[in-house]
Design a protein around this ligand. Structure first.
Ligand SMILES: C[S@@+](CC[C@H](N)C(=O)[O-])C[C@H]1O[C@@H](n2cnc3c(N)ncnc32)[C@H](O)[C@@H]1O
Length: 256
């Protein structure tokens, strides 16, 4: 090969060797301009970030789906569905039910709609432009609410969880997955101007206030927290109605 060719290739090889691998992005501190796209993806960079996100968050989405114990006839909403990768998996698990993805980013709604086009055409999946603060659904519409790595961006945690509770049927379950203030890797990797990491107790208290009982909390170190909560049914004079409610009381004592 002529030497001129080697000289032209060298800078390319140098730059390639220094590019972050897709999988290694989670180990880096996100610059603000990238973190902003996680909150509100836009343009070409937003598309790239949506693509990376769909891979980075997948195992955690599956973790929430498993814990929610999706039923075949469930009506499910994924709040902050982003790229919409979860929606087809939810539709497979709820093969006789219905799945909605809600997200306030026009770009994410476009990507999620493209990704799920056949299921949307078959009326099994719907993607809507909406924030958690104002979900365009009637009270008690859903059996399950999924919400993965979204609550950092909520303006008002209490009002948002009240809205989640409103659209859940009594006995319906929410699965919230998020990193907390107690997670040093999260604090180090994401800019505080964009991500607000809550305390675990703050979220469990807000869930309780919204009318949901926390059934299960998984708080392993270096893992995001997973909270499964159930919308309260009317109480009877005899106290807790089910073994689930008895479990809830035990979980609440363990967390607080
Ligand atoms: C980090 S992404 C997570 C996406 C997806 N849940 C996942 O697991 O990959 C956060 C998503 O939350 C959405 N979002 C931001 N603010 C929101 C709000 N107030 N209500 C609902 N979704 C919101 C963003 O548009 C973005 O798609």
């Amino acid at each position: 090969m002529p030497s001129r060719c080697k000289i032209r290739l060298a800078p390319f090889r140098f730059r390639q060797a220094n590019l972050p691998r897709l999988g290694s992005l989670s180990d880096m501190r996100r610059p603000n301009f990238i973190a902003k796209h996680a909150r509100n993806a836009q343009g070409l960079l937003g598309r790239v970030i949506a693509f990376i996100m769909a891979h980075e968050t997948w195992s955690q989405n599956l973790r929430v789906m498993d814990a929610l114990r999706i039923g075949r006839s469930d009506h499910i909403i994924d709040v902050g569905c982003g790229h919409g990768r979860s929606l087809s998996e939810l539709a497979t698990r709820a093969s006789m039910g219905h799945v909605v993805g809600a997200d306030p980013s026009d770009l994410m709604v476009e990507i999620a709609s493209q990704r799920n086009r056949p299921l949307i055409d078959a009326a099994r999946v719907k993607v809507v432009l909406a924030t958690v603060e104002s979900l365009p659904f009637a009270d008690e519409s859903f059996d399950k609410v999924l919400c993965v790595h979204v609550l950092y961006f909520w303006k008002d945690l209490d009002a948002s969880l009240r809205e989640v509770a409103r659209v859940l049927k009594p006995g319906g379950r929410s699965g919230l997955l998020f990193r907390t203030k107690a997670d040093p890797a999260a604090i180090a990797s994401f800019p505080a101007e964009i991500y607000r990491f809550p305390e675990l107790a703050e979220v469990t208290e807000a869930l309780e206030q919204a009318g949901l009982d926390v059934h299960a909390a998984s708080d392993r170190s270096n893992e995001p927290v997973l909270l499964i909560a159930e919308k309260r049914r009317a109480q009877t004079a005899e106290g807790p109605q089910s073994t689930d409610q008895a479990e809830t009381i035990a979980v609440r004592r363990a967390i607080t």
